[in-house]
Design a protein around this ligand. Structure first.
Ligand SMILES: [Zn+2]
Length: 183
């Protein structure tokens, strides 16, 4: 799938008159471009191209649309194929992406970073904070060494159920991200 930015870039950068001229000979008349319509038979030009808006319109048969639609009609290509074709012609590099995945990837990275931070915070509570002391002593009594506690990233969560939320908000995490329940 071609990235939406790439599609917009192709539409912005192609030379509309040059593209249409490939298929229809255009003459300039007072800033307008006219030619014989490729979609119906005619002797006087009623096929118009507006390069400012990248659109075409035929006053003879009523056919019209964007420059991309025009090329699709002429080449019998799909929308992505047409974008590829025009990008090749004008040397515009295209960025491809998997549908929806870049966005999801960013979210997963954000959530992973969030979990890492929470883990480190709870480990700190267990090892350094007075509130965590009873829990640490309990673990040591049970025979877990400090190395094991470290290796398994064991932590201590404060009893206050709102503490973590407020802590993370203070660290700049959005309420929206913290409210997600999909992870
Ligand atoms: Zn026509």
């Amino acid at each position: 799938m071609i990235a939406e930015n790439s599609v917009q870039e192709v539409i912005a950068r192609i030379d509309t008159v040059a593209v249409v001229n490939t298929y229809v000979h255009l003459d300039e008349r007072n800033g307008r471009y006219v030619g014989l319509c490729p979609f119906h038979t005619e002797k006087t030009p009623s096929f118009n191209v507006n390069p400012d808006k990248n659109v075409y319109y035929c006053f003879g048969c009523g056919k019209g649309g964007s420059i991309i639609n025009f090329v699709m009609e002429m080449e019998k290509t799909t929308f992505p194929e047409t974008i590829e074709l025009l990008a090749n012609r004008f040397g515009i590099p295209l960025i491809h992406e998997d549908s929806g995945k870049p966005h999801l990837h960013k979210e997963i990275e954000e959530i992973t970073e969030l979990y890492r931070r929470v883990t480190v915070t709870f480990q700190y509570w267990l090892r350094e904070r007075p509130d965590g002391r009873p829990a640490l002593n309990y673990l040591l009594q049970r025979g877990l060494s400090r190395e094991i506690i470290e290796a398994f990233q064991i932590g201590f969560a404060p009893a206050d159920g709102y503490w973590l939320f407020q802590f993370l908000r203070a660290k700049g995490y959005s309420e929206e991200l913290l409210n997600q329940r999909n992870y």
